[in-house]
Design a protein around this ligand. Structure first.
Ligand code: UDP
Length: 323
């Protein structure tokens, strides 16, 4: 099976590329390198540099005997999406529609789409399963929900079948060190902790210590990127074998607080980190963990990493190698 990984030079996409290659898929990566990095591309991967806003480039790429698409090319900073929705409308909505249309025009049937727990909005209950209402509270989450809805229509209209993978908090790096590109201007907790650990930033803040949680800091469901990557190959195989469409959560079901992450990072790194407590960040729910039973049931997906220290170690190994 030949797979076009759109956004395959990015953080999650490069791990997906690696997993696909290891399972014997033929892989082409389509990426504009706006945030991804060429050093993430493995030697067996064919690379097509192009933008999802360029319909001709997409058509050309889809015409090269593609059997399935994994689409991870998106803007993903929640805060920025609330300030500049136009950028998110263009990249995440128009760009994704271009992909669906290029697939339809070239008879490419299967798409695995990077969705997000952000489609659920403020959780009405925990853990959040796939039956939870879709009510995004930020524009980024809306763009993901909008594309899920379009894929649902396209699938009902016989154009394609899809897997929407709703990621919870992606963390970690491939344990063998083969993916080395770091994200530019990271906004997420783990890369920010690493910048503080390596002196690239003087300190960081924990946003809020007055939540209704045991230690007062927010609880999230951190899932290792290699486990996420594995779910993509399982989803592609399911699409090809059963001609179904589905949306599933990808999380471990286990919650870890920000303070627990910071403590675990200090233990792995072997030194105290410089941080303070700052006010809550707007739009952060106290607890967000995944009901992940459906991914297990449908795909046989079972995360291998359940220990946050082991996850952090995979990130710290990379930092040490590069500093
Ligand atoms: N967080 C924090 N300080 C930071 C960045 C994040 O305390 O500098 C917290 C954030 O409030 C949330 C958790 O860490 O509770 C994970 O945030 P991240 O941005 O990594 O992912 P999100 O949960 O927003 O998808």
């Amino acid at each position: 099976m030949r797979v076009l990984v759109i956004g395959g030079a990015g953080y999650i996409g490069s791990h997906v590329q690696k997993q696909l290659l290891e399972e014997g898929f033929d892989v082409a990566v389509f990426d504009d390198l706006s945030t991804g990095s060429e050093i993430n591309l493995l030697p067996q991967t064919e690379f097509i540099r192009g933008s999802i806003l360029d319909k001709d480039a997409l058509n050309e790429a889809m015409g090269r005997h593609i059997d399935g698409v994994v689409h991870l090319a998106a803007k993903k900073a929640v805060g920025e999406s609330m300030l500049c929705p136009e950028i998110y409308a263009e990249n995440n909505i128009c760009g994704s529609l271009n992909i669906l249309n290029a697939m339809a025009a070239n008879g490419v049937r299967h798409i695995v789409f990077s969705s997000s727990a952000a489609v659920y909005g403020m959780p009405q209950y925990i853990p959040v399963d796939e039956k939870h209402p879709i009510r995004p509270i930020n524009y980024y989450g809306y763009t993901k929900a909008a594309i899920e809805e379009n894929m649902r229509w396209y699938s009902q209209l016989g154009k394609l079948n899809y897997a929407a993978l709703r990621y919870f908090n992606a963390v970690g790096y491939a344990a063998d060190g083969s993916i080395r590109g770091k994200e530019k201007n990271p906004q997420n907790l783990m890369p920010i902790i690493m910048e503080a650990a390596t002196g690239k930033r003087e300190k960081f803040s924990i946003f809020g210590n007055d939540y209704d949680t045991p230690d007062g800091t927010c609880i999230r469901d951190y899932v290792h990127v290699s486990d996420l990557a594995k779910a993509h190959t399982l989803a592609l195989k399911k699409l090809a074998a059963d001609n179904v469409s589905f949306a599933v959560n990808l999380g471990t079901g286990k919650g870890t607080s920000v303070k627990e992450i910071v403590d675990a990072a200090e233990k792995v790194i072997g030194k105290k980190l410089n941080y303070d407590y700052a006010p809550r960040r707007a739009g952060d729910p106290a607890i967000l963990t995944a009901g992940a039973g459906l991914a297990r049931e449908l795909l046989g997906w079972q995360p291998e990493y359940t220990d946050v220290e082991k996850i952090i170690q995979t990130v710290w190994n990379l930092e040490q190698e590069q500093n």
